[in-house]
Write a protein that binds this ligand. Structure first.
Ligand SMILES: Cc1cc2nc3c(=O)[nH]c(=O)nc-3n(C[C@H](O)[C@H](O)[C@H](O)COP(=O)(O)OP(=O)(O)OC[C@H]3O[C@@H](n4cnc5c(N)ncnc54)[C@H](O)[C@@H]3O)c2cc1C
Length: 380
């Protein structure tokens, strides 16, 4: 069995560690922040991601940490009208999480002693089938490096020097967690932006307002006041949600993604998660695809005769799906935040027969969600 270094202790890096443990590899996870955890607000996970979590052996705790959300079933306009409405008791394919809760599920499944915090990787080299990283004052060597160090990946910069930097997509988002219980989840489409609500654990709700912005890094002294100014007159419970979000906790981020890379593998280094294919959040798939990456990588390592063959299978298997998802999310985000397309989009959703809409958001409603994981060997 082999030994790996995983760079990054986010959802992708921890999923990789758990997957490597499942196949009997050892790993060291190097995370640059001094304290491990997910900052940020919430997220949803679709059936494909939930199947990946099952295969990682954490399906049960993940399902306990998540809350069913009908965000895709309740589509509204800013005056509160429903373009589509979920019926009470309708099954929903999606679970919503506070980010920290999903991260904790993966951390709990990571073997003790594998994660080193305060360990920023600044250099790497490869020779004779081994890869060595420089982190702080230390050097570590292993058979494989999994670079799960996010959209601004150091490993990608070092090994793919010609790859373009993250692309600003002309969109920006405010996010928050409010102490508001009992919401079913919804998506409100306004001209030039949308507002998403997911219920999350412990009686709270995650919200996100995504809208267009001509340049990145536009910031406001009071971000909560700014988002209230923009959409504080939208339908209930939007004003209440913003109001009940602690002022300092409103997050404002610009939306970037990555142009498709020609390969996710260089020698014994594999990019995983956002380091490989950061995508716009509009399909709710970024972290889900990193969970899939982890399962596919481990399955290839468990079955191919060499690490090289496994990495080749990982690369050729993952690139088409993740890059198609990223390009799809880029387009979806442009459409749902377009002022020019607003009337056509809302009319199209309103006129779609409810049964057809429900079908499209059923667990097997689209090709991305239908993904089935490869089997990892049963734990001894
Ligand atoms: C607004 C928004 C909403 C989203 N909603 C969803 C959703 O609903 N569903 C979904 O599936 N996805 C969603 N996503 C996408 C999701 O957040 C990301 O795809 C996912 O978190 C990526 O995980 P990762 O582990 O690959 O990268 P990251 O979470 O970025 O983790 C990278 C880690 O590497 C560490 N690191 C970086 N450089 C180094 C270094 N040199 N040395 C050591 N450590 C390093 C970082 O500190 C970090 O901990 C959303 C994204 C955004 C922006």
């Amino acid at each position: 069995m082999g030994e790996a270094i995983v760079v990054g202790g986010g959802i992708g890096g921890l999923a990789a560690a758990v997957a490597l443990d499942r196949i009997g590899w050892r790993a060291t996870v190097l995370e640059r922040t001094p304290v491990l955890g997910e900052i940020g607000a919430g997220m949803s996970q679709a059936p494909n991601a939930l199947r990946a979590l099952d295969e990682l052996g954490v399906g049960e705790p993940a399902r306990s940490a998540g809350v069913p959300t009908c965000a895709a079933g309740n589509v509204r306009t800013p005056d509160g009208r429903y373009l589509q409405r979920a019926r009470p008791g309708d099954p929903t394919a999606m679970l919503a999480f506070h980010r920290a809760d999903l991260h904790r599920v993966l951390l709990d499944a990571t073997p003790d002693g594998w994660v080193r915090t305060g360990a920023e990787v600044t250099g790497l080299r490869q020779e004779a089938g081994r890869v060595t990283v420089v982190a702080g004052g230390d050097e570590l060597t292993a058979d494989l490096l999994v670079a799960a160090d996010g959209i601004r990946s150091t490993a990608r910069r070092l090994l793919w020097p010609d790859a373009p930097p993250p692309r600003f997509l002309g969109r920006t988002a405010w996010l928050g967690i409010a102490d508001v219980d009992g919401l079913p989840g919804s998506m409100t489409l306004g001209p030039g932006g949308y507002f998403l609500i997911h219920p999350v654990a412990r009686g709270r709700a995650y919200w996100a307002h995504v809208t267009t912005e001509s340049r990145p890094d536009v910031r406001f002294d009071d971000e909560k006041a700014e988002v209230t100014r923009r959409i504080g007159s939208w339908h209930d419970p939007i004003p209440e949600l913003i109001d009940r979000t602690p002022p300092g906790s409103v997050i404002h981020i610009d939306i970037h993604d990555l142009d498709p890379l020609p390969t996710y593998v260089r020698g014994r280094v594999a990019l995983l998660g956002d380091a490989a294919h950061a995508m716009s959040p509009d399909r709710g798939q970024g972290a889900g695809q990193s969970l899939e990456d982890a399962v596919v990588l481990a399955a290839a390592l468990a079955t191919e005769p060499t690490v090289e063959a496994a990495l080749h299978r990982y690369d050729t298997g993952r690139r088409p799906r993740t890059q198609a998802t990223a390009l799809g999310a880029r387009k979806d985000g442009a459409r749902t935040t377009s002022r020019a397309a607003y009337r056509a989009l809302t009319t199209m959703i309103r006129l779609m027969p409810a049964a057809l809409w429900r079908r499209s958001i059923a667990p097997d409603g689209n090709a991305t969600w239908r993904w089935q994981p490869p089997r990892l060997p049963a734990r001894a």
